[in-house]
Design a protein around this ligand. Structure first.
Ligand SMILES: [Zn+2]
Length: 64
């Protein structure tokens, strides 16, 4: 598998699990305190700045 296909596969798996960010929710991040938490289509709430998942308190491998 070429590097291009591999990256595309990773992207696809990521999208299946995470979906897409929809909009900000107006709560401060539990990790960094900034009001930059995004609600994803998968209902995950992830800080755009530090990538902390607000429900699980784990850092998510999202790429911005
Ligand atoms: Zn944060």
């Amino acid at each position: 598998m070429g590097i291009y296909e591999e990256r595309e596969k990773e992207q696809k798996e990521f999208e299946e699990k995470y979906g897409h960010p929809m909009h900000y929710i107006h709560i401060p991040c539990k990790g960094c305190g900034r009001v930059r938490v995004e609600l994803w289509t998968s209902e995950k709430k992830i800080c755009e700045k530090c990538h902390l998942n607000q429900d699980t308190m784990e850092y998510e491998p999202v790429q911005y």
